[in-house]
Design a protein around this ligand. Structure first.
Ligand code: IPD
Ligand code: CA
Ligand code: CA
Length: 272
């Protein structure tokens, strides 16, 4: 395990070194979908990560965002997001990360999220805790949703069919606020670090969540799908929290999905 974790940390840092010069000089954007962006930097980072993993662990399978599935011949599979937060990156907004996780027999056993602009490296190993730049990580101890700072994100595909803005509205009224930083791997790492108390999002991909999921669990938090069931990497929704707030968050989703707040939309021009 130490060998794999050491490799993941080394590769994530190297990928960060690849990303930074692209970030500083700004890169051209290409479109995978309406607002689904990809850049030269995503591809350069992914190439470095996949090449290294294949050289060091030729038997391991890999699922990487830009190049897809690479077959292996063992119990191990790597999940790679070479640049989480591409939209931020392309606009010069310094919130993005490299996310790498390793699964063995269907269970995530290590996760690394590296934010090169802050030089922050989040790491977790199954049963071995979570750390930020080598120091142990712990989720927050906020126990009331009214005192929580939470975050979410919005997908770049099928935007018009996504109900999340309605959920955002309800959470915004019931918490200290909702942040939308734009990089799910960072959102999850920040819950693990106690900088956020909760996070939810719909329609993420396995490479967005695999590393952050273990960070949350190893930092003492909880991660499920929106109804509150065990989180699986192909789930269509994710809720992560410090654990203390988890039921309050999933209960609010139950209320929202029952439609009781559907008529709450205020008029655009409010009287003085
Ligand atoms: C995106 C980011 C964003 C989330 C999107 C993801 P990408 O990943 O994590 O925060 O809201 O759903 O697709 O495309 O920048 O790797
Ligand atoms: Ca991503
Ligand atoms: Ca990405």
């Amino acid at each position: 395990m130490k060998e794999f974790l050491g490799a993941a940390i080394h590769i994530a840092r190297q990928a960060g070194t690849v990303l930074l010069p692209f970030f500083e000089r700004r890169v051209a954007v290409e479109y995978k979908g309406d607002v689904d962006l990809v850049t030269e930097a995503d591809r350069a980072s992914e190439k470095l990560i996949v090449d290294r993993l294949k050289t060091w662990f030729p038997d391991h399978a890999i699922l990487a965002e830009e190049s897809g599935s690479h077959r292996g011949n063992s119990a191990y599979r790597w999940y790679v997001d070479p640049l989480d937060g591409t939209t931020n990156f392309a606009h010069g907004f310094p919130v993005f990360a490299v996310s790498i996780a390793l699964e063995k027999n269907g269970e995530i056993i290590l996760g690394v999220v590296y934010d090169p602009t802050r030089d922050e490296l989040f790491e977790a190993e199954k049963g071995g805790g979570a750390r930020l730049n080598g120091k142990p990580l712990r989720v927050s101890n906020i126990s009331r949703l009214e005192e929580a700072l939470v975050a979410t994100g919005f997908p770049s595909k099928k935007r018009h069919r996504n109900p999340n803005i309605h959920f955002y509205h309800q959470f915004n009224m019931r918490t200290h606020g909702v942040r939308r930083p734009g990089a799910a791997a960072i959102d999850l790492s920040y819950v693990a670090a106690g900088r956020l108390d909760g996070f939810w999002e719909l329609n993420l991909n396995p490479w967005d969540v695999a590393a952050g999921m273990l960070l949350i669990e190893e930092a003492g938090g909880k991660i499920t799908d929106l109804p509150g069931d065990k989180y699986l990497l192909d789930a269509s929704s994710v809720v992560a929290s410090n654990g203390l707030l988890h039921n309050q968050i999933t209960d609010l989703f139950k209320e929202m999905l029952s439609g009781i707040y559907a008529a709450d939309l205020p008029p655009v021009a409010l009287p003085d």
